[in-house]
Design a binder for this molecule. Sequence first.
Ligand SMILES: [Zn+2]
Length: 285
Amino acid sequence: MIARLIIALLALTAGLTVQAQTTPALGTKKPEAAAETPTTEKKPTVAGAATVEDEAPVITPFRPFTLPVTKNTRTFQLSKLNKPAATETTKELQRLFSAYAQQSIIDGSPTGFSKATGYLATINYSILQDLGDKRFLVKAAWPAAGPNDGLAAGVDTMAILLLDHPIKVGEIGHCTGMHVGTVSLLFTASFPPLTGKRLTLRREAFVECNTLEESPAGLQKFVDKIMHGAEVSVTTNEMITCKKCGGLGFTSEKVKGSLTEKHINCSACDGAKSVALPTETKIIP
Ligand SMILES: [Zn+2]
């Protein structure tokens, strides 16, 4: 169902394709400064066709979402649960399930849910403009999401939202949104001070969704699923002993002309002795 919603969000009107002209630098997390300022744009022309007169909004993918880059992998073996000296504890299983629930969306797949393909965030929004097909231009706020804030926070930021319920311009609401990347929106604004202007905006896009419920029954289903051979992995931020300073929080430097050393605050962990590392944990029977 979500896949269909994403297609709906990105649906192109035949013949109106306006591809993004620039390729953004890979790894750029924050929207570019240029994206913050709406720019008026001439009506697009399609090669070999006349000037496009249609005023319908056109949404095209601009930059795909980026999933967490995991630099560390480990396994959690269910058969070792609560065995002496095992790291597989009930508490750790609960924590992994909690992360899994927050990274899973309820959909029409055979198990009833699947792993989210983008960052999930709680979005507070107010509707600026109805773009049709349940797509809205909104003023929104959301917290940074994902390991190492892969999705930067939004504060009073314009975004594109695909909602699964009707709502009117000016109304406010909140939902869980799955980030589906940055899209390019070509539309005619209907809100001041841009009313009547044909504009292109590049904005973060989200699809409203529901996450898996965290409950004892949900945890039991999760365990059963793995025992029956389902491949399950969870991405979490784990604190790992800093490699650069070996967990000391500082590095040492010889003082010239002296036998003493001076301690310098570790540049990798800033004295914290450990660093957060996106980690993929495979949960196995
Ligand atoms: Zn360090």
